[in-house]
Ligand binder design. Structure first.
Ligand code: ADP
Ligand code: MG
Length: 683
């Protein structure tokens, strides 16, 4: 295949570029630019017009100008702090080129005496003479300089000239790839092909409005490559034939009757969807998405119960041991006595662990709870029918596919997440899965009263929590980590702990990032058992843990958090029947903008709405650790800003799936957009 139509050139190492040495390569690598393709997204910010050249006598002082001169004489003073000088002229006057920190040899090479040279730079006037200090562009070929030159953000230690040169080189060699999109799609983007889009994107004169238009096609490419990968994983999973599970609805009903609440409509619908998946012959790969406190656990346990009563084993994985134990305890309470329930704990003795592993292998355990330990290599199951994963929003596409493979063909997969996100982002992150959503919260749930307070008014807050403690309630006090010179500092949490300890002796504990795992589990479980009243912490309290007695959360430095994070944090309280309160503390008066944002929190309890607002303000990358999720790979696409492109991509993907179109033609697209490790085997 000729280089012209081969995308592989774009994936080559930077050293494939002419005139790019180790030093530049390393500087670019620091900026996460590792291949030629990566460099395509280094876009000019603005440009300098060097097309107009003038004679020396017409030069304008203080402006960037281009002029063709002949070097006449060198002046190398060989003294520190005195620059090298080249006296140049044209037929109208004289101009000095001044060089600080340049070797004689270099100066002689770029400005040889007696030759016509075109130079460009900022003009100054010194002792009655024009001069240019450290000229930006110097060339014997005046046509190279007399163009528009792109300006780049130059925090990287690489000069504009180098960027212009290497990017020009890449654009000149840009392979002509076959169009991968359908005619209809391309038409929507003004029939711009990939190559032309990239070329236009880099033209200085397109900076501004028109560039946004070119963006669209390229952002669409990015989105579509993600959708293709998702669709391919989905197709592979759906192809797997499994044994149907025979659900005993009567047993399910009698379990639901044992609950001291009735299920919400959304819970009922989700359960129906899951049951349908369990009882068909295609493998379930489903996400149960719902805001904090929407009641996902009971749905997962009902699904587990149905799987067990149809003769299979279930494994439920939680991110922390304390959460695994909470689910385990709930299952013990709910399930009938004949169901064998176990918990693998880091604390279990070796002997006990070995017994559990043997039992799992011999189908003597029906459901096992634990952290990732339950999927280690040495753990094998006799008849695993369902894997449930709780609160693993950092679990990427690859990880869950691997887990599904580990479960074997007959094993269904249910993932749960409390991260409500807009649909465009859900499609991107979980497009490989089917999705059930719990939008409504249990009716008995009271909204968390949310207030903002100046830190100087801490006395009021203390008074308030005294009252709460007197009524046997518990309090979370969150102090965010402060980042000082890249070192994470938890002194503010320590100080607050000391302060509160004096006011409430023996009633306060402290939890921060450096607290050892066992210690942390102990503190959390003591807090759960109401052994002390106030838990001071950095943000390390995990999602999902029930503290039925905690009904107040104080969040200091609340401006350090985004709206979604604040919403997640306040979800730590209000899971019981009591009225609950969230107090957001601020160091100084809020700006109008900040007030608007905080008002969203005060008025709204819907995590989906809040995250949408949050993304409008902060961009999608920042919220709730999506950076680790693979979505970070987007260079242009934005789930909020480009929501129409996401919807178009969804439609097009469905069309391709419905017509069972061959996706081979998309191979370059998928490979270029860097998700290829997921589907190596698209021919
Ligand atoms: P999350 O969706 O955040 O995982 P949980 O499943 O932990 O939420 O549920 C939070 C609390 O709400 C639990 O104490 C649970 O028993 C309770 N709960 C769940 N469903 C309902 C319901 N339909 N009505 C009332 N309370 C419910
Ligand atoms: Mg939960």
């Amino acid at each position: 295949m000729s280089i012209k139509s081969n995308y592989k050139y774009l994936l080559s190492d930077l050293t494939a570029l002419k005139g790019v040495g180790i030093k530049t390569t390393n500087l670019l690598k620091k900026k996460n630019i590792n291949s030629i393709f990566d460099l395509l997204w280094k876009l000019p910010k603005s440009f300098t017009d060097r097309s107009l050249s003038s004679k020396i006598k017409d030069l304008k002082i203080g402006e960037n100008q281009t002029v063709t001169v002949t070097p006449q004489r060198y002046h190398f003073p060989r003294l520190r702090n005195i620059p090298n000088r080249v006296i140049c002229s044209d037929d109208t006057g004289k101009l000095d080129c001044i060089f600080f920190n340049s070797y004689e040899g270099y100066v002689k090479k770029i400005l040889p005496l007696g030759k016509e040279i075109t130079i460009s730079g900022k003009i100054s006037h010194f002792k009655n003479k024009y001069q240019i200090t450290n000229p930006k562009y110097i060339s014997e070929d005046s046509s190279f300089i007399k163009q528009l030159h792109n300006k780049y953000s130059l925090t990287d230690g690489i000069s504009e000239k180098v960027y212009n040169k290497i990017i020009k080189q890449i654009i000149d060699k840009l392979p002509l790839l076959n169009e991968w999109h359908s005619k209809e799609i391309i038409k929507k983007f003004g029939n711009l092909g990939w190559n032309n889009s990239i070329k236009e994107l880099h033209k200085p004169e397109n900076i501004g409005k028109f560039r946004e238009k070119i963006y669209q096609r390229l952002a669409f490419d990015e989105i579509f490559s993600t959708f293709l990968v998702n669709s391919e994983i989905r197709r592979k999973i759906k192809k797997i034939k499994k044994k149907r599970k025979k659900i005993n609805i009567n047993l399910q009903i009698s379990l639901i009757n044992k609950l001291n609440f009735s299920l919400t409509d959304d819970q009922i619908n989700s359960l129906k969807e899951i049951n349908k998946d369990l009882s068909t012959s295609t493998k379930m790969f489903r996400l149960l998405q719902g805001d904090v406190g929407s009641g996902k656990t009971i749905i997962a346990l009902l699904a587990a119960y149905n799987t067990i009563t149809s003769g299979y084993q279930v494994a439920l994985m939680a991110p922390t041991e304390i959460l695994a134990r909470q689910h385990y305890n709930l299952a013990k309470e709910l399930f009938s006595k004949n169901i064998k329930i176990e918990l693998i704990s880091g604390k279990s003795e070796y002997k006990n662990k070995k017994i559990i592993l043997d039992k799992l292998k011999n189908n003597k355990i029906d459901i096992i709870f634990g952290t990732h330990a339950i999927f280690q290599k040495k753990v094998s199951y006799k008849k695993l029918g369902l894997i449930i994963i709780d609160e693993q929003h950092k679990f990427g596409v690859n990880q869950r596919k691997r887990l599904s493979d580990k479960g074997g063909d007959d094993c269904d997969v249910l993932l749960m997440t409390a991260t409500p996100i807009p649909r465009t982002l859900t499609m991107t992150m979980y497009g490989d899965m089917d999705i059930s959503i719990l939008r409504e919260k249990p009716k008995s749930r009271k909204p968390i009263k949310t207030y903002s307070k100046l830190e100087s008014k801490i006395e009021d807050v203390i008074k308030f929590i005294k009252k709460e403690i007197n009524s046997e309630n518990q309090i979370f006090w969150v102090c965010p980590l402060i980042e000082e010179s890249k070192k994470l500092d938890h002194t503010s949490a320590v100080k607050k702990f000391e302060f509160l300890k004096k006011l409430f002796p023996n009633q306060v504990s402290l939890l921060h990032g450096k607290t050892d795992v066992n210690e942390k589990e102990k503190i959390l479980s003591d807090f759960q058992k109401n052994k002390f009243k106030i838990l001071v912490s950095t943000t390390v309290i995990e999602v999902g843990i029930d503290f039925p007695n905690a009904n107040v959360i104080i969040i200091e430095n609340a401006n350090k958090f985004g709206l979604s994070q604040l919403h997640q944090l306040r979800g730590r309280v209000g899971r019981g029947h009591k009225e609950s309160t969230c107090i957001l503390m601020f160091k100084s008066n809020l700006s109008e903008n900040a007030k608007k944002r905080i008002n969203i929190l005060k008025q709204c309890n819907d995590g989906f709405k809040i995250s949408e607002e949050d993304m409008k303000i902060r961009g999608f990358g920042d919220i709730l650790g999506f950076k680790q999720s693979g979505v970070k790979n987007f260079k242009l696409a934005d789930p909020i800003h480009h929501s129409d492109l996401f919807l178009l991509a969804e439609k097009e993907m469905k069309r391709i799936e419905n017509y069972n179109e061959d996706i081979k033609k998309f191979k370059p697209l998928i490979k270029l957009y860097d998700r290829a490790d997921i589907i190596n085997d698209i021919a």
